[in-house]
Design a binder for this molecule. Structure first.
Ligand SMILES: Cc1cc2nc3c(=O)[nH]c(=O)nc-3n(C[C@H](O)[C@H](O)[C@H](O)COP(=O)(O)OP(=O)(O)OC[C@H]3O[C@@H](n4cnc5c(N)ncnc54)[C@H](O)[C@@H]3O)c2cc1C
Length: 425
């Protein structure tokens, strides 16, 4: 199995790409070529930095409304009490000071693909030679009957980090012993396939640590199976016996309705009334800016050329991260970061005429089940058969020793430091 720490994460990503020391580029033509990046998350921040670094001669503008980025990754650890919010909060300052990236803290409201312009919330317009689009996901507020945007506080999703993480944490801490949490899990494809199940583990950890082991977490899952299922279920049995019940749609026969006023969830099989907490994680789609620009297909996500991350719909645009259709790769921060480096390599190849190399992608998703008990899944990927295809995969096995799980926990912590340093400093 691949082992990783902070240094290995950054170095390993570089090796996988073949080059990140792009060398001094020759910028052709009059003036600097302009790249606009929409979204300052795992995909966008990485793309902006790797396009601008080493004095590439390319003018990079990062468009992101928030002045601080709060990572969804490791937000489950906040629920578990392992991290505080400030430990998952990052600023963009270094991207400006160290790489000369122009930060524009407002939302992009539209893309004019013919004119190669991005319109911003204040009405101003940015011209681009190449555009990188990484807006992450939008939630489908109409995918759970009875639930919507107005109910985010009463039945929180916690699928975008920040206020939602805090609401979910406060609600979790208030669950009484014997209380019932109902999680409505999302259908595929969605951000972070193991995320709901790591969250369940962190909820159970918090309840158990507070002496509330009679509380119960019921997962209503539209999927027949989920990521790392065997090792998650083994872990729940070991650490939280009787506290977690996973029920799939064949049994509960679909969510018929939810009532945020009474915290009720009605399924075709059973109703859960007066739940102490209902965590609704709805269906998802690419961020609106990508869909509105016609970059998505009927799936709601954006097709790309697997060899370059270039949009299948527009040769001047790259789409990375959760908004794209990543073939065999999961929607994860690790994947977004890896895809962004490929896009950066190709953008520099086009605009600064630096050499390019065949796209290589990597991903690992770690999940904390209980202190010192972390599992992982991941792989290496290449452009093959018209998509990003897994060429090697690995997953934690049931019955692994405590030592292996502890080492995997250390990797997870190291990875977080590594990727956030890679994105923001
Ligand atoms: C609970 C949870 C746990 C997770 N754990 C992990 C994990 O352990 N490991 C892992 O690898 N991944 C994990 N993930 C997944 C990870 O957070 C996402 O896959 C990753 O953040 C995707 O990167 P992105 O750039 O596509 O989107 P984001 O990181 O969400 O960034 C998108 C950015 O675009 C901005 N934006 C949107 N629209 C516009 C617009 N119109 N104009 C300007 N800016 C815009 C947003 O403000 C946002 O900052 C987890 C997710 C969740 C929900």
């Amino acid at each position: 199995m691949i082992k990783l720490d902070r240094r290995a994460f950054i170095g390993g990503s570089a090796t996988a790409l073949g080059t990140l020391a792009f060398g001094a580029p020759t910028v052709l033509g009059q003036g600097k070529p302009r790249v606009v990046v929409i979204g300052g998350g795992a995909g966008g921040a990485t793309a902006a930095k790797y396009i601008a670094k080493d004095a590439s001669g390319i003018e990079v503008t990062l468009v992101e409304p928030a002045k601080q980025f709060i990572t969804c990754f490791h937000s489950n650890l906040v629920l578990g009490g392992y991290k505080k919010m400030d430990a998952i909060t990052h600023t963009y300052d270094r991207l400006a000071s160290a790489y000369g990236i122009k930060l524009n803290h407002q939302a992009a409201v539209s893309i004019d693909r013919d004119r190669k312009q991005v319109k911003l919330a204040d009405g101003s317009v940015l011209d681009y030679d190449r555009l990188v689009v990484s807006p992450g996901i939008d939630l489908k507020y109409d995918s759970v009957p009875g639930w919507g945007l107005a109910h985010e506080e009463t039945m929180p999703h916690g699928w975008k980090a920040g206020r939602q993480t805090e609401v979910l944490k406060a609600r979790l801490d208030a669950v009484p012993d014997g209380g019932v949490i109902v999680m409505i899990a999302p259908p595929n494809p969605y951000r972070c396939p193991p995320g709901p199940y790591e969250r369940v583990s962190m909820m159970a950890h918090t309840l158990k640590a507070a002496g509330k082991s009679k509380a119960k977490i019921i997962i209503l899952d539209p999927k027949d199976a989920f990521s790392k299922q065997g090792v998650f279920q083994e872990g729940w049995e070991k650490h939280y016996p009787g506290m977690v019940e996973w029920i799939n749609a064949k049994i509960y026969d679909g969510i018929k309705s939810v009532d945020p006023k009474t915290n009720t969830v009605v399924t075709g099989f059973e109703s859960y009334t007066n739940a102490a907490l209902v965590n609704v994680i709805p269906a998802q789609m690419a961020g609106a800016i990508a869909r509105d620009a016609g970059l998505a297909n009927d799936s709601g996500f954006c097709p790309i050329d697997p060899a370059s991350m270039k949009s299948a719909k527009d040769a001047n645009i790259y789409v990375v991260g959760d908004a794209c259709i990543p073939g065999d790769m999961p929607k994860s921060a690790f994947s977004a970061n890896s895809q962004a480096k490929v896009a950066a390599l190709m953008v520099r190849g086009e605009l600064a005429k630096t050499p390019t190399f065949p796209a290589r992608y990597t991903n690992t998703c770690w999940s904390l089940i209980e202190t010192d008990d972390t599992i992982k899944v991941g792989g290496r990927y290449e452009a093959k058969d018209g998509k990003i295809t897994a060429v090697e995969t690995f997953v934690s096995k049931p019955g692994e020793t405590a030592q292996v799980r502890k080492e995997t926990s250390t990797e997870n912590i190291g990875w977080y430091s590594g990727i956030t340093a890679d994105m923001f400093s």
